[in-house]
Design a protein around this ligand. Structure first.
Ligand code: ADP
Ligand code: MG
Length: 242
């Protein structure tokens, strides 16, 4: 049983405070959805949790199974069991998915000899063309291919907790179903998920236990899946003043 405990997290970027005290706890097998208006700080939260340079933590904490993540380099956070599927995956010319995953396996002491068959099986499972495994990471990938690629990495790396930042953006209906079903299956094996999304469709397959509304850098409401319907009907106006 793993737990990511975020407490009163406050952070700034480019000299401007964006996170004003975020708190939530995600456990193994749980899905927490974070929804909220554009510019609320959702991606900032994901970057701060992974330790992206340029984001300054002003206070609070984020602990994964007792390990304080704040202050650690990104690779140590990954080694502690945290994974981020980025809203805008980075293009890495000259480095293939296989290379990147091999480096990651080696860094965590996992045997690389099974990696190729693992990657090929997973690619088939989520409908990702195996030709992409040897091409430069994300270079000339479509929006949908980038998101399938993020899902593939998630499945193969098997972290404790995954943060998914708009993994549904750019996906067509079939890809969305493949990706969300795969991640839902991972939660059955114990993966904890913090999923940032604007859309109900993703949450129909990847069913949230808790839904949070993030506005102006704070969680202003939390509830069950019914909150998604309420937001679809009335938007964020009721939370704008919070
Ligand atoms: P969301 O993902 O909820 O739409 P973001 O976290 O991306 O929102 O952005 C929150 C605010 O922080 C926005 O006003 C955005 O312009 C600002 N911001 C985020 N990252 C940076 C950055 N690297 N430099 C300057 N401003 C940033
Ligand atoms: Mg964002």
């Amino acid at each position: 049983m793993s737990e990511l405990i975020i407490r009163d997290l406050r952070a700034s970027v480019a000299g401007k405070q964006i996170l004003n005290g975020v708190g939530l706890t995600v456990g193994s097998g749980q899905v927490h959805a974070v929804m909220g208006p554009n510019g609320a700080g959702k991606s900032t939260l994901s970057h701060v949790l992974l330790g992206k340079p340029g984001y300054e933590v002003l206070g609070g904490s984020a602990r994964l199974d007792g390990v304080e993540l704040v202050g650690l380099p990104t690779w140590k956070r990954a080694q502690a069991g945290l994974f981020l599927a980025m809203q805008y995956p980075t293009e890495v010319p000259g480095v293939s998915l296989f290379d990147a995953m091999a480096a990651s396996f080696e860094a965590s002491g996992r045997a690389v000899d099974q990696l190729e068959s693992l990657l090929r099986d997973e690619a088939d499972r989520i409908g990702f063309d195996q030709r992409f495994l040897d091409r430069s990471l994300n270079v000339d990938f479509s929006g949908g291919e980038k998101k399938r690629n993020e899902t593939l990495q998630l499945s193969v790396l098997a972290p404790k907790i995954a943060i998914l930042d708009e993994i549904d953006s750019g996906l067509d209906i079939d890809a969305l179903r493949d990706v969300s079903r795969r991640i839902e299956a991972l939660t059955d094996q114990g993966l904890g998920v913090l999923v940032i999304t604007h859309y109900k469709r993703l949450l129909e397959e990847l069913r949230p236990d808790v839904v949070h509304v993030l506005a102006k850098g704070r969680i202003v409401a939390s509830g069950g899946p019914e909150l998604v319907d309420e937001l679809e009907d009335s938007g964020y106006a009721a939370y704008a003043e919070a």
